[in-house]
Design a protein around this ligand. Structure first.
Ligand SMILES: C[S@@+](CC[C@H](N)C(=O)[O-])C[C@H]1O[C@@H](n2cnc3c(N)ncnc32)[C@H](O)[C@@H]1O
Ligand code: SF4
Length: 448
């Protein structure tokens, strides 16, 4: 029988999509994506994701698609491209399509100056019909966040802000090159609330260099008085072969696998003791937050931003590196800005790769999504819904033996249940259903 450490040493995807991004390929071209867009039902509301790939300074742990800029001119010229892409996609879709969700992510969208934030929002509103009750989320770097920016975000209708904190311990902060006093975070929270942006999320990370259980508890205790509606507590994904700057973090300073698991548990206990409900593997929400409500109703979903209450069947990714999803499959834009610019200059959608979904993919995606959201799935229900045989999952079930022996998961005929105490290990259970995982493609982080 394998030990916990052996099992958790596996490297598995975060399952923000299935198939996962390493399995996207260049066969999904701009022409294919154009056809997918043309086939979308014009009455169905869309979700928009806008990517701003710039930051002021580089956090050494960062796994996002971003570049550090020392002056503003690259941001200005990128914004021109983004506006072009917004127009191009809207022309293909036909202008005025309904939009129910907007998310600006990065990088740091708060690097945009107020005038550019308005230009970007104007372009979106000129080309789409934004629902009155739109959920409009934005990622905020609290460092340097000031009142004019907060007022601009309120004026353009932002309803939810995700605030990056990570860890409050000065030793950890130095080791990740991200110095952020708790007062800086508290100031951002106060500014957002004062302008009426009341729905707040806080991002924390465990598994960072020099992090300890006691330190994580202190971080939770420092942030809890700010009373955000949600927390995300991500496991640090250390993949220096892919994100070269992560090599600045010495591996000897990283907590081991069992320590990582204990850190996730400590954060979990602290937040639950203060009334937050666990959502999926790494989110926590107040019981009256829409995410907790969606979870209880079995309506929670997963997309590239993690967990979501977004029900739109198509998510349009805008900006370099952004990923979109349509009923037909996934697409990712060109990551490097010069390539993104060249595609737009020739009037093409800036698509780099993607994947079309097969019937088998859809069924496996549903199993993985339910496990990631609910920690429970009934394979008979999924097989019946997608018209495949339940026996297609027999190999997956056999590969769960080790996790069953450890009590991570129970299998009762077609019903798979992840033990809630092992929620941080859910991705290992999902990996058993991943039909692409063992073909050698991809560089993933640790399972916990
Ligand atoms: C785009 S950033 C948030 C906004 C802003 N850039 C900031 O850092 O304040 C998104 C979040 O991803 C998480 N993240 C980034 N790199 C990560 C990594 N290597 N492993 C785990 N989480 C990571 C962090 O919690 C971060 O707050
Ligand atoms: S964590 Fe946020 S601020 Fe830091 S480099 Fe990544 S995107 Fe930029």
């Amino acid at each position: 029988m394998s030990t916990i450490a052996e099992l958790f040493a596996a490297r598995v995807p975060r399952y923000t999509s299935y198939p996962t991004a390493p399995h996207f390929h260049s066969g999904i071209s701009a022409d294919v994506y154009r056809r997918w867009l043309e086939e979308l039902d014009p009455a169905e509301p869309l979700s928009l994701y806008v990517h701003i790939p710039f930051c002021d300074t580089l956090c050494w742990f960062c796994g996002c698609h971003t570049t550090v800029v020392n002056h503003y001119s690259p941001v200005t010229s990128y914004l021109e491209l983004l506006l072009e892409e917004i127009e191009l996609v809207a022309r293909i879709l036909s202008p005025g399509r309904p939009v129910s969700h907007i998310h600006w992510g990065g990088g740091s969208p708060t690097l945009l100056n107020p005038a550019d934030i308005r230009r970007l929002d104007d372009a979106v509103r000129r080309n789409y019909s934004i629902a009155k009750d739109v959920e409009f989320g934005i990622e905020i770097d609290p460092r340097g966040f000031a009142r004019p920016l907060a007022e601009t975000l309120a004026a353009i209708g932002v309803t939810r802000a995700s605030i990056g904190v990570q860890d409050c311990d000065p030793v950890v902060q130095r080791a990740i090159n991200r110095i952020q006093a708790i007062e800086t975070t508290a100031n951002a929270v106060e500014l957002l609330r004062s302008v009426g942006i009341a729905r707040l999320n806080v991002d924390l990370i465990y598994g960072l260099p020099h992090q300890t259980i006691a330190g994580i508890e202190r971080t939770a205790d420092a942030v809890l008085p700010l009373q955000p509606d949600r927390f995300a507590i991500f496991g640090y994904a250390h993949v220096p072969s892919f994100k070269k700057h992560q090599a600045l973090i010495p591996e000897s300073a990283l907590p081991g696998i069992e320590e990582r698991f204990a850190q996730a548990e400590a954060a979990h206990a602290r937040l639950c003791a203060h009334g937050y409900e666990p959502v999926g593997i790494d989110h926590y929400a107040k019981p009256d937050d829409p995410m907790a409500i969606a979870l209880r109703a079995g309506r929670l979903a997963r997309n590239f931003q993690g967990y979501t209450t977004d029900k739109a069947s198509a998510l349009i990714g805008l900006g370099a590196s952004s990923i979109g999803s349509a009923p037909q499959g996934y697409v990712q834009n060109i990551t490097d800005v010069p390539g993104y610019r060249a595609a737009l200059a020739s009037g093409r959608l800036p698509v780099a790769r993607g994947v079309a979904l097969t019937a088998e993919d859809r069924a496996r995606r549903a199993v993985i999504e339910r496990l990631m959201c609910d920690l429970v799935v009934d394979l008979d229900d999924v097989a019946a819904f997608y018209g495949i045989k339940r026996s297609n999952f027999d190999d997956a079930l056999r590969s769960l033996d080790g996790l069953q022996d450890l009590g991570v998961v129970t299998v009762d005929r077609a019903r798979i249940v992840v033990d809630a105490r092992w929620r941080a290990a859910t991705r290992l259970v999902c990996a058993a259903f991943d039909g692409y995982l063992n073909n050698g493609v991809g560089r993933h982080a640790l399972a916990v």
